[in-house]
Ligand binder design. Structure first.
Ligand code: NAP
Ligand code: MG
Length: 499
């Protein structure tokens, strides 16, 4: 467990940080070809942090060419997996060495709490890189069932040049979820971080070069979705794109692929995840702790946030008392104060969107919170509402939990599944049979029983319905995204011998 510092110590680290601000292409930092930049801010203070290279399609072309050259000459793709492992383990070790600075940088750029950055984002990021590094020299290919006169091998090969497009809510962790398996598999990468949260990605690219990752294997092209994300999605020489973000943008990547070279596309998208509490749930304090964590962790800016509490009427009052008590312990304020659990939303634009939902909540039954604390900061809010209200249906991506009361288990499951999304779900019950029947019935890629969570690096993560497409992040299954299957069929007939 990380020993946390005090606020003033974190502020001192923040004041002394230095970090790259240019695109990272073919092993070096460089300005955008246009010379343009954009300003990235600390959303908690509104202060400008840096001017970042505002790249466009021409920079994407350069990065893809560098990635292609690296892939084809095999400087990374054809190394023994054990050598790739060693390089990635060195990267993980360097990240560990600079963990505190990375945590502060992440907090400054995204408004995330230093508590989360120190205890979850940075250690998990390092763990994920290590896990995929350790995995890659332990995966075996296959030999098919065959007659005596042939052998057929089924081998996995790296898919080639991959485009990775990231969201702003977990900049480091999503980076690790994608580059961990992509680099381990031997692919070359062109990565676009979200414009709001570019800094930690560039720092990792710098550390990767220091770890010995060859030039051209990991390229970071900074800039907006329209200027960089779209040209990457449409690029004829990109073999595959893995995207995490909103369902609306994910849909565009399918069009980009269809309109260009039919590149593979994997999408991790939004969610409106149900948390079902049946009337026999035990230890309501623990249940409330999971509910509150699920809803308000990372200010609710979490695709798997448990943002819909569906509770059976029999325990509504008792559970909501506990939820209120627990929510009251989630202090809102300066993200660099380690006692704070709720920091700033990522940007003014996103704050305005969430504030709009808070406004809509004012005409509903607000059970807790409901106020804007300061620009960028919204109190954890619990609001009881009808199952088909805008608040209960739309992905808010902020610290607003809706509560819907139901009368039966069947109704609970029906309400839970009544959504276009299907990323994650939770069910609480002391009765194992009811809980497991519920887990089977919930239409989501991850279902947690008597807890809120996403599994861990060992378990696949991705969505049913409009929460995902084409594959899974995390676990050994993540490697399916970044590899393709080849059959090598060998005829053993000895024609001279006539058999
Ligand atoms: P977003 O607007 O879809 O952005 C995601 C990424 O796509 C950003 O890098 C963005 O660039 C880029 N982008 C935007 N418009 C684009 C376009 N027209 N063409 C190509 N790229 C484009 O989503 P977000 O607001 O960053 O993140 C919040 C959403 O992500 C939520 O809906 C959440 O549920 C989802 N999410 C899902 C998961 C998961 O694993 N399933 C994880 C985290 C978040 P810029 O922002 O730089 O313009
Ligand atoms: Mg920022």
């Amino acid at each position: 467990m990380t020993d946390l510092l005090g606020t003033s110590e974190y502020k001192a680290i923040a004041a002394g940080l230095s970090f790259p601000t240019q695109a990272f292409i073919d092993g070096g930092f460089r300005p955008a070809l246009s010379g343009k930049t954009f300003t990235t801010t600390n959303p908690a203070t509104g202060e400008a942090l840096a001017e970042i290279a505002a790249c466009d399609a021409r920079d994407v072309d350069l990065a893809v060419a560098a990635a292609r050259a690296a892939f084809e000459d095999g400087r990374w793709s054809k190394l023994h997996p054990g050598e790739r492992k060693e390089t990635l383990l060195r990267l993980a070790a360097l990240m560990q060495e600079h963990a505190r600075d990375l945590a502060v940088l992440e907090s400054l750029d995204a408004g995330k709490t230093i508590f989360d950055c120190e205890t979850v984002d940075v250690p998990e990021t390092i763990h994920v890189i290590r896990w995929h590094a350790e995995l890659i020299d332990k995966i075996y290919d296959q030999v098919s069932p065959a007659s005596a006169s042939h052998i057929a091998m089924v081998v996995r090969e790296p898919v080639g040049v991959v485009g990775l497009v990231l969201p702003w809510n977990f900049p480091l962790l999503m980076l690790a979820w994608k580059i961990g398996p992509a680099l381990a598999a031997g692919c070359s990468v062109v990565l676009k971080p979200a414009a709001e949260t570019t800094l930690s990605t560039l720092r990792v690219a710098e550390l990767a070069a220091e770890a010995g990752l060859p030039a051209g294997v990991l390229n970071i092209v900074t800039g907006s979705g329209s200027a960089v994300g779209e040209p990457l999605g449409r690029h004829p020489d990109v073999d595959m794109v893995s995207f995490t973000g909103s369902t609306a943008t994910g849909r565009r990547f399918l069009n980009y692929s269809a309109d260009s070279n039919l590149k593979e596309v994997v999408l991790e998208l939004g969610g409106k995840n149900p948390c079902v509490v049946l009337d026999d749930a035990e230890d309501l304090e623990a249940v409330a702790a999971h509910v509150v964590n699920g809803a308000f962790w990372n200010m609710g800016q979490n695709c798997s946030a448990g943002s819909r509490l569906i509770v059976q009427r029999g325990i509504r009052d008792r559970l909501l008392d506990k939820v209120r008590a627990e929510a009251a312990t989630w202090l809102v304020g300066d993200p660099l104060d380690p006692a704070i659990r709720v920091g700033s939303l990522v940007s003014q634009a996103h704050f305005d969107k969430v504030a709009g939902y808070l406004e809509a909540a004012q005409s509903e039954n607000i059970l807790f919170g409901g106020r804007i604390v300061a620009p960028g900061f919204i109190e954890p809010t619990v609001v009881e509402t009808a199952r088909d209200s805008k608040l209960a249906v739309e992905e808010i991506f902020g610290p607003i939990l809706t509560v819907v009361v139901v009368d039966s288990v069947d109704e609970a499951i029906a309400v839970a599944n009544d959504t276009e999304y299907g990323l994650a779900a939770s069910i609480f019950s002391a009765n194992g049979r009811r809980a497991l029947r519920g887990a089977r019935a919930l239409r989501a890629g991850t279902v947690t029983v008597n807890s809120f969570g996403e599994g861990d690096v060992t378990t696949p993560f991705g969505g049913y319905k409009q929460s995902g497409f084409g594959g899974r992040d995390n676990s050994i299954h993540a490697h399916d995204q970044y590899t393709q299957l080849k059959t090598i069929w060998i005829d053993l007939t000895d024609h001279a011998a006539g058999d």
